[in-house]
Ligand binder design. Structure first.
Ligand code: ATP
Ligand code: MG
Length: 319
């Protein structure tokens, strides 16, 4: 599989603030890579560097930054790289007083599509994103989810090989989020003649779980990356499910127990995150500790971690 997105030693300071620190990425054709991180982690900064909208720090500790997208050097062949990539910014702006079709025509013309090319391409792409029935609707009258779909259509209008999506579904209703992900999966699908490589930033862990690989970004640093299964395996022995009649008291006691990093309520049970892998002996001693503290335990067992658990564990470890 050819590498479609490659970044080495990307650093970006804003004044004294290190927004991105030594980012290295290698993403293959047809992969869906999720960049996950909290507010201010550096996701937008990373995507803006990758599409050439922002320049990285020239040197960092003697390393020269490199960024190649679809085989083009983003910093030195910026136009060629841009011709091959589609970018949906976090704050995508439409012309609210133009129709859906007029907006898309505008983006097509900016991308250099000729008068013969733009119309069939726009109809095709509007059909793909499910906006074909709304071509004449003013963009200002679209729902939030429809606007994001039009943004995706605009990013795809010139048939890019690489797609950079910055929180495309934030604030979008759950049904439209599903639709949106179906589109992403279809674009990257292996059945395609030319599968699109997708880098998508998201604050949603359920979306991260749908990616082929995920990178966790925090305070400008990529903490870890891997497939969702690899990431879950990092802490597979460290999440316990705890049940009992008095959840509040049980949680309180669990928080005081040795080896427990955190105790969170999950509906009618508690999820404990441990500082180290649990073995049988630990489970027995924890149960004993909780009972000594006066809490009745009806069940205590290891459960499969969620990506959210992994992220929380990493964040705590790096503190
Ligand atoms: N143009 C800028 N000038 C100064 N600081 C900036 C600029 N752009 C971003 N920053 C800062 O860099 C850090 C990373 O910002 P960035 O927008 O990349 O984060 P993010 O992960 O996209 O966050 P969010 O989830 O809120 O979109 C933040 O502390 C932000 O305030
Ligand atoms: Mg952002």
């Amino acid at each position: 599989m050819s590498v479609q997105i490659e970044a080495q030693h990307l650093n970006k300071h804003f004044g004294s603030l290190a927004a991105l620190q030594d980012l290295n990425l290698s993403i293959s054709a047809g992969e869906i890579y999720g960049l996950v991180g909290p507010d201010g982690a550096g996701k937008t900064t990373a995507l803006r560097l990758l599409c050439g909208a922002l320049r990285p720090d020239a040197h960092h500790r003697g390393n020269t930054p490199l960024c190649r997208v679809a085989g083009m050097d983003v910093f030195h062949q910026t136009e060629q790289a841009r011709a091959r990539l589609g970018y949906l910014p976090q704050r995508f702006s439409l012309y609210e007083d133009l129709t859906v079709m007029e907006n898309l025509r505008f983006f097509a013309e900016v991308r250099g599509l000729t008068s013969r090319e733009w119309q069939p391409r726009c109809l095709e792409i509007l059909d793909f994103v499910g906006l074909a029935p709304y071509t004449e609707r003013l963009a200002g009258h679209l729902s939030g989810g429809m606007k994001q779909k039009l943004g995706l259509a605009a990013a795809l209008v010139h048939q890019p090989q690489v797609l950079l999506l910055d929180e495309p579904t934030t604030g979008v209703d759950p049904v439209t989020r599903q639709d949106f992900w179906q589109l992403i999966i279809r674009l990257a699908g292996s059945g395609n003649e030319q599968p699109v490589t997708v880098l998508v930033s998201t604050p949603y862990m359920d979306e991260a779980a749908r990616c082929n690989r995920v990178g966790f970004l925090r305070q400008g640093k990529l903490l870890v990356e891997g497939t969702p299964a690899e990431l879950r395996a990092l802490i597979s022995q460290r999440i316990l499910e705890l049940r009992g009649p008095s959840l509040m008291a049980l949680r309180q006691a669990a928080r005081q127990a040795p080896g427990v990093a955190d105790a969170m309520l999950f509906g009618d049970r508690i999820h404990l995150r441990l500082t180290a892998d649990a073995d049988e002996g630990y489970l027995d001693s924890l149960r004993h500790h909780l009972e000594q503290a006066g809490s009745e335990v009806t069940s205590l067992r290891p459960v499969a971690p969620q990506l959210e658990d992994v992220f929380m564990a990493l964040v705590e470890e790096k503190r």
